[in-house]
Design a binder for this molecule. Structure first.
Ligand code: PHE
Length: 473
């Protein structure tokens, strides 16, 4: 059975695919906004510490579980727990989570695609206008855009792991990197850009509150694609002679570097547009930054470089975000697809069709919940706020269940599968692994500090989001 399993063609291919999953809207938009609002350099430092101390061991654990079992998350949890139904449930949660995150991420990607098309077709003045976002998210073009996005993801995934996922990552990731660097170089030449760089890099420790700490960890988790079953699934496609810990380090470094560099693009741009801005007052969400604030900045460049080049820059920016979103979307859709292929014995085509039918339906409802249909827009309310279907899915799966899945994988690896098996798996392709500091730290932390920290954050999020209760004031 496992002999027929698809595999990545090379180590580089796997690293690029995993980095493609990790680098997404979260890095390019979420991270700079969070850093701007939450103490600049202080947030950076805290984020980097979380990546190393908490996220890297979890990433290594997910990849090792995937490779050992050579199965999707449900199959992996079942196999390694010898069919314990409790752990099978944890596996199921690792299939439902990516399914639901795929739904809300599709909505974001569809919006980005509409903005990309508008920028390319010379409508920068429109997307920079105050009403455009409200109009775009309730326009019928969204459905056309959704078909294009779904067709593209399907086109990539139907070719499989090596010819689809890996090949796409090999094209899109370098392109993404080049676009990002070009934009950063351009932005840094603008007037007042350096004020943005200073703001970004100089730590303001007063801004660090327990809520900011919790946000930084959620952001790091999401950004590294942890808790979504993705790295278990991608891990199941790597060969036994691959050095997992080494690859995980490279993926974490790439992801964090891209987030850091994206801050060097976004903050200086904000300062050159308005030198008196106070970025800690920027709106909470990345959504308003990307869809209303940044287009205004691009349009303002018209006076210095002309409308054509300002539109070209906006187009490059949206293409960059679109590429990042597509490689993430591909990785997340692959999780339920691999489940259907392994457990339900679907062919890849049939699994994709099933997935697209259900995820498409849910994405449609979610798109309608951004203002088009009142019932879905005002679906429910909790924590003192009215919530749409879109909000509900983000709160539940992004904020709440992601850390829960992280907690479960730590407990599973340490107390059920056992560290000794983890080490054995990680020593394949890296015979000296168990003697390294990283091995000792990973074993210790997965069993102790990581589950404790993640559990605290989980409880705090549940209290804050659903009951409006703040433990830490
Ligand atoms: N890591 C992605 C990001 O930062 C998050 C993500 C991954 C979302 C995979 C969906 C699928 O945007």
């Amino acid at each position: 059975m496992s002999a027929q399993r698809e595999h990545f063609g090379s180590r580089m291919g796997f690293i690029l695919a995993a980095a493609g999953s990790a680098v997404g809207i979260g890095n390019l938009v979420g991270f700079p906004v969070n850093a701007a609002k939450n103490g600049g350099g202080a947030f950076l430092l805290m984020y980097a510490i979380f990546v190393v101390v908490i996220c890297l061991p979890v990433m290594i654990a997910e990849m090792a579980v995937g490779r050992k079992a050579a199965k999707n998350p449900v199959g992996a949890y079942s196999l390694l727990s010898e069919n314990d139904s409790k752990w099978r449930l944890a596996g199921l949660l690792s299939i439902i989570t990516p399914f639901m995150i795929a739904v809300f991420y599709t909505v974001l990607t569809v919006w980005i695609f509409v903005y990309l098309v508008l920028a390319v077709t010379g409508n920068l003045d429109y997307i920079a206008s105050a009403d455009s976002f409200g109009e775009v998210i309730s326009s019928p073009y969204l459905f056309l855009s959704m078909i294009v996005v779904a067709a593209l993801v399907r086109f990539i995934l139907v070719s499989g792991v090596k010819d689809g996922i890996e090949r796409t990552a090999k094209i899109m990731m370098p392109a993404l990197f080049v676009m990002l660097i070009l934009l950063v170089i351009f932005v840094l030449t603008l007037d007042n850009a350096m004020a943005g760089v200073q703001f970004y890099l100089i730590p303001d420790l007063d801004k660090i509150t327990p809520k900011v700490v919790s946000n930084a960890l959620s952001q790091a988790f999401f950004s590294l694609s942890l808790g979504m079953g993705i790295l278990i699934t991608y891990g199941s496609y790597i060969s036994k002679d691959e050095n997992i810990a080494g690859s995980a380090k490279l993926v974490a470094i790439t992801d964090t570097s891209v987030a850091f560099i994206a801050g060097l693009m976004v903050l200086p741009a904000i300062f050159s547009f308005n030198p008196n801005v106070n970025p800690s007052e920027l709106s909470d969400s990345g959504v308003s930054l990307i869809f209303s604030y940044l287009p205004k900045i691009f349009l303002a460049l018209e006076s210095s470089i002309g409308y054509f080049f300002a539109s070209a820059l906006a187009s490059v920016f949206f293409l960059l975000v679109f590429f990042a979103a597509i490689t993430s979307l591909v990785s997340i859709v692959e999780v339920p697809v691999s489940y259907l292929m392994d457990e339900k014995k679907h062919t890849r085509k049939k699994a994709l069709n099933t997935m697209f039918l259900w995820a498409g339906l849910c994405a449609l409802l979610t798109i309608l919940s951004a203002g088009m249909v009142d019932f879905l827009t005002l679906l429910t309310s909790y924590g003192g706020k009215s919530k749409s279907l879109f909000d509900l899915i983000t709160d539940m799966f992004y904020d709440t269940i992601l850390p829960l899945n992280g907690l479960l994988i730590c407990l599973f690896v340490s107390y059920r599968w056992k560290s000794q098996n983890l080490n054995e798996e990680l020593s394949k392709g890296n015979p000296n692994f168990s003697k390294t500091f990283l091995a000792k730290y990973t074993n210790f932390a997965l069993a102790t500090i990581i589950p404790i920290v993640v559990a605290v954050i989980f409880i705090d999020t549940v209290a804050r989001t659903y009951f409006g209760y703040n433990f830490f004031g």
